[in-house]
Design a protein around this ligand. Structure first.
Ligand code: BES
Ligand code: MN
Ligand code: MN
Length: 455
C-alpha cells in the first residue's frame, strides 16, 4: 500500500466524524430561512480546506450564497485539476417520512443517513480528504483548485457569473466532479453525459373567484379539470411528447452506443422492487436505461389548486397550477424548448381559460468524451481501486454548470461520481455508503497520479 493510502486508512474514523459535522448543518439553499446556516456551512468547508493544506482559501460572496475557493499550486508548469462540488442541499421535507432527523446524521447498515450525505457533501468532502492525504504524504502530483458552491440545487446562476468573471483564476486543464452515481458497487461506471433541463410553471385561470361547485358546476369550466386534460395531451399513447418541434434537435444515439448500453448489467427486477413498482413506463422502442438517460422527458413535478385541506369543501376553483420539468438531451436547447412548450400550452388552452407560463431555471445537456487523457486517468483509477474497468454511461440528472464550464472555460468535466441510485438523493432518508465514501477518497489520488503522468 502506498503512503497516501496508508494515511487514508489511518484517518478513516476522523474523516467520517468530520463528514458528520458537515452534515449537521442545514445548508438548504432554496429556503431563505436557512441563509445563516448556508453561510456557516461555507465557513466549515473553508476550514476543512485550510486544514487539508490548501492555500489562499477564500469565501467569495455572490448575489446569493457564497462560493468557497482555494488552490494548491505545486508548480506552475504542472497540469491543474479544478475540483467542483456543492455544499448546499435540497430541502428535507416531508420531514415525517424520515426515519431519523435529516440533519442529525445516523450510521446504519453501513450507510450514513442525512440530507446531503450523497448529494453532494459526502462526495465533495472526499476530494478535500483525498487532497489532504496527498499533501500530507507529499504525493500531490499536480496543481489543484477547489470551487465549491452553495447554489447548485437552485440553478447555479451566480456561479455562472463568477466563472465568467474569473477565467484567469480558474485556469485549469480539467474539471473533476463527484456529484453523480454509479451502476453498482460491483459494476462501477463513469458518467459521460448529463441531461439538460427546462423547468416551467403553468398558471391556469378560469372564473375570477372560487365558486360554489353546485351553483356553478356544469356551466362554468373548472381550471383543475382543464389543466389535467392539457397535461394528459402532452404525451401520446406511445410515450411521445406532443409539444410541436420537441424532438427536432434530439441527437440519435448510435446503434453501437445503444448496444453497449444494453450490455450494461442493469437488473430490472431489483430496480422495480427498490421503487415498489410493478411495471415501468418507457417511450416505445426504448429500454428503461435509455428512457432515463438518452431520451428527453416531460414530467409534472407538482400540481395544486382548489381545496386540499381537511374534509370536503364544495368549491369550483378559480385557478390551477402545475410545475413541469423537461429533461433534455443533446442537442436540445433549453430556451428553445421553453419557447416551444409555451406556444404549445397556449395552443391547447381551452377558450374557457386564460394561461400564464413562467420559466424557471434551466440548463444545457452535456456529454464528455471517453478518449481523453482525463477520462482514461479516471477509468484507470477506478480499475485500480475496484478491480474492474468502469462502464461509461450517460446519466439522467442535470448539472447545468458542466456545459457552462465548457463554453466559458473551454474545459471538459470528468464526472467521477461514487453514489448509487439507491442513495435516495432529494428524497427522505438520503444516504451515502461508507464503502463509497472511503472508496472515493482512495480512488481520487489515483486519478491525480494518472492525469499528471499523462498530460
Ligand atoms: N447531483 C445532482 C445531479 C445528478 C444526480 C446527476 C444523480 C446525475 C446523477 C444535482 O445536485 C441535481 O440535483 N441537479 C438538479 C438540477 C438543478 C438545476 C436543480 C437536477 O438534476 O434536478
Ligand atoms: Mn448534486
Ligand atoms: Mn441535487
Amino acid at each position: 500500500m502506498d503512503s497516501t493510502n496508508q494515511y487514508i486508512q489511518a484517518n478513516k474514523d476522523r474523516f467520517l466524524e468530520e463528514l458528520i459535522e458537515l452534515l449537521k448543518i442545514p445548508s438548504v439553499s432554496a429556503d431563505p430561512a436557512y441563509d445563516q446556516e448556508v453561510a456557516a456551512c461555507a465557513e466549515v468547508v473553508k476550514d476543512a480546506m485550510e486544514e487539508a493544506g490548501v492555500d489562499h482559501v477564500e469565501i467569495c460572496p455572490t448575489a446569493g450564497h457564497p462560493i468557497v475557493y482555494g488552490e494548491k499550486i505545486v508548480d506552475e508548469n504542472l497540469p491543474t485539476v479544478l475540483v467542483y462540488g456543492h455544499y448546499d442541499v435540497q430541502p428535507a421535507d416531508p420531514l415525517e417520512l424520515w426515519d431519523s432527523p435529516p440533519f442529525d446524521p445516523v450510521i446504519k447498515n453501513e450507510k450514513i443517513y442525512a440530507r446531503g450525505a450523497a448529494d453532494d457533501k459526502g462526495q465533495m468532502f472526499m476530494h478535500v480528504k483525498a487532497v489532504e492525504a496527498m499533501i500530507a504524504t507529499s504525493a500531490l502530483p499536480c496543481n489543484v483548485k477547489f470551487m465549491i458552491e452553495g447554489e447548485e440545487e437552485v440553478g447555479s446562476e451566480n456561479l455562472g457569473i463568477f466563472v465568467a468573471e474569473n477565467k484567469e483564476k480558474l485556469k485549469a486543464d480539467v474539471i473533476l466532479i463527484s456529484d453523480t452515481s454509479m451502476l453498482s458497487n460491483e459494476n462501477p461506471s463513469i458518467t459521460v453525459g448529463l441531461r439538460g433541463l427546462s423547468y416551467v410553471e403553468i398558471e391556469l385561470t378560469g372564473p375570477n373567484r372560487d365558486l360554489h361547485s353546485g351553483v356553478y358546476g356544469g356551466a362554468v369550466d373548472n381550471p383543475i379539470n382543464a389543466l389535467s386534460e392539457m397535461i394528459a395531451k402532452m404525451k401520446d399513447e406511445h410515450g411521445h411528447i406532443t409539444v410541436d418541434g420537441f424532438y427536432d434537435d434530439v441527437e440519435e444515439v448510435s446503434k453501437a452506443d445503444r448496444e453497449a448500453m444494453a450490455r450494461a448489467p442493469f437488473d430490472i427486477q431489483s430496480y422495480k422492487e427498490h421503487l415498489g413498482i410493478n411495471a415501468t413506463k418507457v417511450e416505445n422502442g426504448f429500454s428503461e436505461m435509455e428512457g432515463a438517460s438518452i431520451r428527453p422527458t416531460l414530467d409534472v413535478n407538482g400540481m395544486w389548486g382548489g381545496y386540499t385541506g381537511e374534509g370536503a369543501k364544495t368549491v369550483l376553483p378559480s385557478k390551477a397550477y402545475a410545475k413541469i420539468s423537461m429533461r433534455l438531451v443533446p442537442n436540445q436547447d433549453p430556451e428553445k424548448i421553453t419557447e416551444l412548450f409555451t406556444e404549445y400550452v397556449q395552443k391547447i388552452t381551452p377558450s374557457t381559460m386564460s394561461v400564464k407560463v413562467t420559466p424557471h431555471h434551466g440548463g444545457q445537456p452535456a456529454v464528455t468524451p471517453t478518449d481523453s487523457v482525463a477520462y482514461q486517468a479516471a477509468s484507470k483509477a477506478i480499475e485500480t481501486t475496484y478491480g474492474k474497468t468502469p462502464i461509461p454511461l450517460r446519466s439522467g440528472g442535470s448539472i447545468p454548470i458542466v456545459a457552462l464550464f465548457e463554453s466559458e472555460l473551454g474545459l471538459k468535466s470528468i464526472l467521477l461520481g461514487f453514489g448509487l441510485d439507491s442513495d435516495a438523493i432529494h428524497s427522505p432518508n438520503e444516504s451515502y455508503g461508507l464503502f463509497n465514501f472511503f472508496k472515493g477518497i482512495e480512488t481520487i489520488p489515483h486519478f491525480f497520479k494518472n492525469f499528471a503522468a499523462n498530460s
